[in-house]
Write a protein that binds this ligand. Sequence first.
Ligand SMILES: Nc1nc2c(ncn2[C@@H]2O[C@H](COP(=O)(O)OP(=O)(O)OP(=O)(O)O)[C@@H](O)[C@H]2O)c(=O)[nH]1
Length: 203
Amino acid sequence: MVSTYRVAVLGARGVGKSAIVRQFLYNEFSDVCVPTTARRLYLPAVVMNGHVHDLQILDFPPISAFPVNTLQEWADACCRGLRSVHAYILVYDICCFDSFEYVKTIRQQILETRVIGTSETPIIIVGNKRDLQRGRVIPRWNVSHLVRKTWKCGYVECSAKYNWHILLLFSELLKSVGCARCKHVHAALRFQGALRRNRCAIM
Ligand SMILES: Nc1nc2c(ncn2[C@@H]2O[C@H](COP(=O)(O)OP(=O)(O)OP(=O)(O)O)[C@@H](O)[C@H]2O)c(=O)[nH]1
């Protein structure tokens, strides 16, 4: 059985949202900064532990606020489909304090405005640009503790530039959106292995 998961990638300007998605899908990275101006939809199919999942990855430009209702969601082209996804990936740049504040605000707005009955929609917080670790502005432990213990969200640090923990991020994502078959402890490693041996198709 093929399951379809819709995922929104949100974050402040230039934190590496598109770079993460492109590294995951195409194994490519560019140092050139091309600002995202419109919502982009990617439709990969991934195989994890022998099961096919259709992903709909929505890469959003920075939004000023999470839409408070369906009317607002559909009135603003940039926000379309935002309230009905199965999971949120909120990205910040570990070297930019404001980008973490942005994630805080958006997470709060998601909680306050989300559709009734979707209270379990997982949120994964992602600290990108881990390769620039020396410029980190908030200690990793503080963020991780806040996110995991207080917010009860997943937390992954990655580097889109060096493809570090990108697979882990999407593996965590699939697990958190309820893929019961992917709950093995070493799911991330299996996923990576599947990719290496060309047993994972990304289209
Ligand atoms: N050093 C480093 N640079 C990165 C990393 N990820 C992205 N970048 C750079 O950060 C800049 C912005 O990356 P994008 O992927 O365009 O960021 P974005 O969040 O999609 O940007 P907008 O959609 O325009 O807000 C680019 O110059 C990337 O090369 C990373 O992991 N490490």
